[in-house]
Design a protein around this ligand. Sequence first.
Ligand code: C5P
Length: 218
Amino acid sequence: METDVVTIDGPTSSGKNSVGFLLAQKLGYQYIDSGSIYRAGCILILKNNISLQDLEKVVNIFKNLQIEINGQRFFANGEDATNHLHDPEVTKIVSAVSAIRQVREATKIIQYQLVNTHNTVMTGRDIGSEIFPSARHQFYLTADVKIRAQRRFQQLVAKDPATKFEDVLKSMEERDLGDSTREVSPLRIPEGATVIDNSSLSVEATVEEMLKHIHAQN
Ligand code: C5P
C-alpha cells in the first residue's frame, strides 16, 4: 500500500516545525523536518573540516548520509545530531549547501526512503513542489517577516542574551531571498497548495485549520 504524505512548505520560522509535529501527532503519522537532513549534512561537513569549495567531498557527505528518526531525536550516521542542528555555524552554511544540485538529488533519495514505510507529515521548502508533487494534502505556511524574525529572536535570545533583533531580521531576510531566488528548487507555493498565513494564529489554531482541509479533501 502506498504511504500518505502531507507536505508543508514555507519560509524560515513560519512555524512549520511546531505545526508539522502537532499535525503528525493528531494524524498518527511520523514527522520529518527535511531542513534537518540538510542541517545534519552540514554538521558532518563542519566536523570533517570540509571546505565548501570541495564539491565532491560535500556531495559525498550527502550520498553517504544515513538518517534515522526516533520520535523527536534525529540521528545522522548513527549519532544523535538533534542538539546541534540549529548551531549558528550550521545555520550559516546550510542555505549555500542546500543550493547545490547534487546535494538536493542525494537528499531526495533519503526523503523517499524515509517515507517508504510510514505515513508522513514532511516540512521544507520544496516538498510539495518537487519531492512529492502528487501528495493529496499540500500546505504552504507563511507569516509576516517581522513576526517570523520575532519568533526566531525569542528562541535565540533565551540562549544568548546579546542577540540583537535587527541582526536576526537581516539574516532572515537574506535566507528568504537566497531560498526563493536560487536556481535549484527555489521556495515557491506548490500548485494547488492551501496557503495559510499564521501571523496571528497559534500553532493549535493553524493545525485545526489544516485538519479541516484534510478532512474536507478525504
Ligand atoms: O527549515 P530550516 O531553516 O531548518 O532549513 C534550513 C535550510 O535548509 C533552509 O534555509 C533552506 O536553505 C534549506 N532547505 C531546503 N529545502 C528543504 C528544507 C530546507 O533547501 N526542503
